[in-house]
Each structure stands twice: as C-alpha cells, then as structure tokens.
Design a binder for this molecule. Sequence first.
Ligand code: MF3
Ligand code: CO
Length: 255
Amino acid sequence: MVSIKSEREIKLMREAGKILAKVHEELGKAIEPGMSTMDIDRLGERLIRSYGCIPSFKNYNGYPASICVSVNDEVVHGIPNKHHILREGDIVSLDAGVIWQGYHSDAARTHGVGTISPEAAKLIEVTRQSFFEGIKFAVPGNHLNDISAAIQKYAESFGYGVVRDLVGHGIGTKLHEEPEVPNFSQKRKGIRLEPGMTLAVEPMITAGRYDVVWLDDDWTVVTDDGSLAAHYENTILITEDGPEILSLSDEDREQ
Ligand code: MF3
Ligand code: CO
C-alpha cells in the first residue's frame, strides 16, 4: 500500500526536509582535502542532532554510521573510516537521513573535493539533472514509470550507466516505504501518482557500465568496472500542481 500523507504529516515532512537540506548545505561547505570520511560522519551526526533530529541511518539494519560516505567508484553506502582521507580530485557522495517528530527525510549529494576533472564534474551535474528530468513527470495522473524512464533516458543520453541493483522508495514514518522507485524503465507503468504521496527519488549514475558489486563489509557498493559514480537524491511530495521538493535549500533551488 502506498500511503497518502495528511496535511499534518506533510507539514512534518516539510520540516524534516528543510533540516536535512541545511545539513547537506553545511556538509558541502565543510568538504576539503585532508579530512577523513569519519570526520564527515561526525560532523553530519552532530548537525542532525543539533536540529533535534535522529540520524535515521545509524544502526539501520546494522549500518554503523549516520552518513553514508562513498568516494569515487563507491556508489552508495560507503562506511565512514578515520583512515580514509579525502584527496584533491576525489568525488564524494554523501547520503543522509533524518527523523523529525516521527517523520523521515532522505537526501544525497555528490561533491568534488578541491579541483576535480571536467569528466567528474560532468558526471555530478548530469546525475543531479537526471533527478530534475525525472521529477518533471511527478504529476498526479502520471505513472511511476514515467519518472523512472525520464531519469534513464537523460543519463543514458550522455553514455552513462544507470545502476539497476538499487532503487528509490516511498518514505514517511519509515525510511523505506512502498513503492520502489527505479531509475530505469520497467515493463509495467507502475502506480498512478496521487497528491500526498512522498517519494525518495535517487538516481545512482556511473561513468561506465551500470553493474555494481558489494564489498566484503556487506555495505559498500562499488562499480564493477571501477568507473566513477555519483548519487543525487531528494524527498519529494506529489501535489496537485506537480512535485514539491522537500529536502532542498533555497540556495539549491536557484541553481
Ligand atoms: N538513502 C539510502 C537508501 O535509501 C539509505 C541508506 S541505507 C543505510 O537506501 F543503511 F545506510 F541507512
Ligand atoms: Co533513499
């Protein structure tokens, strides 16, 4: 069952999203060569708690940190480590989730560390844009697959790989609710989109092939061919007028 959120729930999810947007904004500003992926997690957890929220990833199915920090060929769910130091030219994907008064928000951004190659910058920008291309279809009466197909079409037009083994999801009182939100086209149209649905739309895009593998830590997902990967995610609300992005700062909106 895909839940339809009430006005009260939507208000709380807007608040959760605003807080998460701020956390990402501050984390983005803090990224610099020489810091460890553990430093990012510590700062992220501190920020989340400073806003009165709970970091939803911590201990989720045994995940040991608050922020997933995935560097270069790591796609998602990288585990922060004090020995993993960010270097100039790396790209780093930060995925974070908060719980505010019982309601979740989930968002991810990929940042460059210092100066990065034009190829890496393009991958980050196309991944971000693929999210916006997808949610143009997040309109009542459309179907879920309209979003998925638009993300895939845009990303593949640049020759990039669209990860198949992980997908977006519904979100609300739980981090993962129905439906699954793939970033690639399905045979089925999927559910009809209705006002009050809240989704985490999260393209994971690679500069090479789309195949991924899990490392021995059972969490970190890396590209099989070693190519770079980027991740961009927001929690959105379907409204009568189309998508409302809940986890975006005003600064991001203007870009
Ligand atoms: N954004 C991720 C997702 O939707 C959450 C990370 S899973 C966790 O699956 F275990 F790290 F929390
Ligand atoms: Co998610």
